[in-house]
Design a protein around this ligand. Structure first.
Ligand SMILES: Nc1nc2c(c(=O)[nH]1)N[C@H]1C(S)=C(S)[C@@H](COP(=O)(O)O)O[C@H]1N2
Ligand SMILES: [Mo]
Length: 218
């Protein structure tokens, strides 16, 4: 696995400033059932690339996903193991906290539901913690991860996910801001205690619901 680039400190500092200043907040709420575009967002055509600046090159042959923590059956899946799970294809909208939203992204991969069936999280596991190959981390309440749309994606628009978009494997949790969807995911841990991730400790909201403008923490 090769790493490319270094952490964009400037980007990190400017996003921390956004959180301090409450940038983009409109003070309104949207209803996901009727408002496709969440408040303060604008639709884009091209899919932007956003990350810390390190874009690890992880080959299919070397990729491993560990799902562990408070589960009955911890697993480490390789590419073949992932292919053995039922395939899903979904068309999803994604919403980045920097204000872009992109509609109708076709992702192929594996449903979170299939992962849950495989590992069987225990009742005490109320949180899900994610680690990626670039050192990025994020966290979700288990209830937000276990939504019907959430998936592990290997393809976008019929093509393998590119390195810059998190290939070979990324998480897609479309009901939360996109920082909750780790690229190059390597470990998913079910836990009893929450653990705020990279952006969550830098002023970003713990849940990140775009329709409720949960951009920043209080
Ligand atoms: N591993 C990793 N995942 C990450 C990030 C990152 O820096 N590293 N950035 C997040 C942010 S802020 C966004 S908006 C999306 C961007 O995904 P994209 O580059 O495919 O659009 O990835 C999220 N997942
Ligand atoms: Mo983002």
């Amino acid at each position: 696995m090769a790493e490319n680039g270094e952490i964009k400190e400037k980007l990190v500092r400017s996003k921390e400033k956004w959180a301090e200043q409450g940038r983009l907040l409109t003070g309104t709420h949207g209803d996901p059932a009727t408002d496709r575009l969440p408040p303060g967002q604008r639709e884009v055509g091209q899919w932007p690339v956003l990350d810390l600046g390190i874009q690890p090159e992880v080959g299919r042959d070397e990729m491993r996903l560990t799902v562990d923590g408070l589960v009955e059956n911890p697993v480490t899946l390789d590419w073949r193991g992932l292919q053995d799970l039922p395939a899903v294809s979904r068309v999803l909208d994604i919403h980045c906290v920097t204000a872009w939203s992109r509609f109708d992204n076709r992702f192929d991969g594996v449903a979170v539901e299939s992962i849950l069936k495989l590992v069987r999280p225990k009742d005490e596991a109320r949180f899900v913690l994610f680690e990626a190959h670039d050192g990025y981390t994020t966290n979700l309440a288990r209830s937000l991860f276990e939504t019907e749309d959430a998936m592990l994606a290997t393809h976008w628009e019929g093509e393998p996910l590119t390195r810059e978009h998190g290939g070979p494997l990324r998480v897609v949790v479309p009901r939360q801001y996109f920082w909750k969807s780790p690229k190059w995911v390597k470990r998913i841990t079910f836990a009893a205690e929450d653990k705020p991730g990279f952006w969550e400790v830098r002023g970003y909201h713990n849940e990140g619901d775009p329709w409720r403008e949960e951009r920043y923490s209080e």
